[in-house]
Design a protein around this ligand. Sequence first.
Ligand code: PLP
Length: 381
Amino acid sequence: MIYFDNNATTQVVTEVFDAMTPYLGSLFGNPSSAHSAGLEASKAVTRAREIVADLLGARNSDEIVFTSCGTESDNWAILGALKALPEKDHIITTRVEHEAIRKLCQSLEGQYRVTWIDVDEEGSLDIDALSSELDEKTAVVSVMLANNETGIIFPIAEIGKIIKERSNALFHVDGVTAAGKIPIDLKNTEVDLFSISAHKFYAPKGIGALYIREGLKLPPFLTGAGQENGRRAGTQAVHQIAGLGAAAEYVKDMTPMRKVGELRDRLETTILKSIPNARLNGTRDTTIRLPNTSNISFENTNGEMIMHQLDEVGICVSTGSACHSPDHSASAVLTAMNIPYSYAMGSIRFSLGRHNTDAEVDHVLAVLPEIVNGLRVMAAS
Ligand code: PLP
């Protein structure tokens, strides 16, 4: 199988698997227990917290709270910020956020004022609009670091400065797609809250974290016992947390991402050159795009059909984001970018990972033109 869908999820690597298994076996203690079995488990949780803090460039490891997934981290950040600032009633976010933010904010409309910031055809955010929408009632601004469908990176350092100069709002960043793919240094930004999800960088599903800036008192999302310093109740999933820690260690070295970028660039440029009426969705500027992601549309085709035909020959890609797959309309991200419908419906996201090879790129380049052409011939007949 050739797996070019690493923004949907990634394979658990051996290093991560091996780090987890002791906590599914003999080291089964509850990290809240005061005896030695508990202390052993607690040590693993502490170690993982330190490694995750290091990956994100946190000031200290207490800024990291483990959650069950990226969605929980995102939901907690927004709902917690609103609860922390009850005198404020305004949320600012973008039209291209993942559903974990977008649908949550849609559900809050009516109760709160929600401002949706647009992107242009290249996928860049209208920062002037964001700046002018800030007011004294803004409780939280939520902007993703990198888009899961296009890989476009938003300038969170610049946005953070604007937010803090012009308001007292909290700044949440969805870092789920970016973590492990580009360097992150939160201590040198104005970010208050930052979400990650382990399954996007070679750890299992069902574990994530929320960075909560030192000094910020975010009301807990789950109430119960005092785990995670009273911030997130529920017995910690030690094996999952150990996996997240090992994965954070695994991706800390960004050197392999250079090779990923080279593979992606060759895949992208060759497709755009060799297949007629193919267009890149989003900027061509690779300095503001994740090195692993290419979202390409093939005019007058159907992305679902391309995906299925690639799947039949052992190649996994995605149309938009995995979460959209049952939905046959153009993705909200491509719609927000004003990609013409005839292109948006034929879009494929290629998202590479650290284990992909030149031979795999060659193979995809060999089979794709015929699939696209075949679909166009079929549509025309
Ligand atoms: N945010 C982004 C940008 C994502 O891509 C995803 C998952 O695809 C999520 C949040 C949700 O993460 P999880 O699957 O861990 O709930």
